[in-house]
Design a protein around this ligand. Sequence first.
Ligand SMILES: CN(C)C(=N)NCCC[C@H](N)C(=O)O
Length: 282
Amino acid sequence: MEKHRSSTAEAPATRSPGRRTYLMCRPAYYAVEYAINPWMDTTAPVDATLACAQWEALADAYTALGHEVVRLEPEPGLPDMVYAANGAFVVDGIAYGASFRHPERRPEADAHEKWYRTSGWKFAEPEHINEGEGDFTYLPGRELILAGWGFRTDARAHAEAADVFGRPVVSLRLVDPRYYHLDTALAPLDDERIAYYPEAFAPGSRLLLERLFPDAVIADAEDAAGFGLNFVSDGRNVVINAEAEGFARKLRDAGYETVPVDLSELKKGGGSVKCATAELRR
Ligand SMILES: CN(C)C(=N)NCCC[C@H](N)C(=O)O
């Protein structure tokens, strides 16, 4: 595993690089067979063998960092199932199930539900359309859920999540179709701090983010286009799409260590590191 170190000696006080558990689904049946986001081009070739190799490298990177990777069995006919983060949103041992916007992905929700139920998690059935961790994230240090809407998740699911978890939910409106899920435009760096791309959000949501997170690491258009915000951080180590070199540099300048992983094939489906990783929070 290639690891790029921060030049900052002192780590910010809010970090908790404890062992994480990640649910991932091998892209055994990966393909771009339909186009439901602007990154998907059904005429461009996709190398499923390379996708699997890149995915294994991502799983190995987590393991090398001391985290646990749990595997969800891929199913034929569900080419987007590799984006496991969309299947549910898990906090406090409760999995709030997904309900996909597009019919092509709807059966994935059943596969996730079955896995959560048989693996001993409490499962909350969704009433409203929501795409799991694609549009929800959690900041334990602030006890806050951040949630996106505008393209996939129905804003009514935000109130539903507040009810399921008994935690406040901050609603953020996404406005750029390339950044159709919250986790393509914003990610937690540690328990309290986030990184985000302001232009992906409506003016009111930008103001909200500025007020709540004055110490955020800000991404620019190039960082976002390289899927630099679709990272997974354990509070110290940030696993990030290798293409987003400039943004990785910014994160190192902010005191984090970066682990680049090449996920060029998964980008063709409109996702990267975070999309392929569902965090299971006990
Ligand atoms: C960050 N996450 C979870 C995602 N952005 N997911 C990627 C989903 C890609 C899929 N083709 C779709 O368009 O639904």
